[in-house]
Design a protein around this ligand. Sequence first.
Ligand SMILES: [Fe+2]
Length: 342
Amino acid sequence: MDRNVLTEMCLEQLKLSGVHEGEKVIVLSQGDERLDYADAFLAAGQRLGARMYHMRLPAPLPTTGAWAVGETGLAANPDAVNALKQADMVVDLIFLLFSEEQMAIQAAGTRILTAVEPAPLLARLMPTRQLRERVEIGAEYLKKAKSMRITSKHGTDVVYKLGVYPTMSEYGYTDEPGRWDHWPAAFVFSGGADDGVDGQIVLAPGDVLLPFNIYVREPVIYTIEKGFIQDIRGGLEAELIKSYMATFNDPRGFGMSHVGWGLDHRANWHGLTDFGGGMGMELRSFYGNVMFSTGPNNELGGPNDTACHLDIPMRNCGLFLDDEPMVLDGNIAVKEMQHTFK
Ligand SMILES: [Fe+2]
């Protein structure tokens, strides 16, 4: 992408994120990844009068190649973590999500924006204040609910007991101290009580498996009892899921993670056909998806910090909070959250 266009986009992002004169903003990268993003953020922040610098970590050593969340090059670098804690804002070009280091930086009051998706997607799903409002309306509903039920005509019928974990929102920028967000994003989520998820989830053709970045072609049936997956059945995709999960050799990978719904009408369900889907933020955000996840809940303050994590956005589901529909057959059911509202 043209350097100037990228800088203008980063300028818009930092304005939305409330960056102003005198603020200290650190851009964090590793190896030779996204150095063009780093340059664009530095130039944009400078135009807003912020005190900018770039912290560049070495490229990670080769690993098994599995997507293990929560492991970063910051773990062996307490001095670097301390410097990041001193900043007002960190632009994370690495993907720190779920790491202890990220939590420590946020706890110090530093807000964090992650930007790792391909630049054309950052452009197409540029965050807006309107979208934030829509996401925050969803979060208000979710905060008040005691239970969430998800249904589908394929046989999904599962209930999450809510009220233990906080409600989180992602809308693609962050202007509050200590808050994290990811550009682009538009969804709300919470998590069920540790032993409070029961029922069956049936993935249907077209549902999305992240981080595999593939669409399901044959139904996958999850049986869930007391917050843990007891059984996964189906065809090829079920076998892939089971084989992948087994490599972590961690029973906590079968726990139930975050759950919620997507709200960006500009995000495409067919997003995997563009850039292979990148990190999958477009799929997490598409309007009317219902996304459940398996594995860790430490992001929500829970005890499960397994590295085995799958995010699974589903189409054409119903999602009910205390029996009130939020999503019906893959469409947003609440007027103030609909993209045609206003
Ligand atoms: Fe996730």
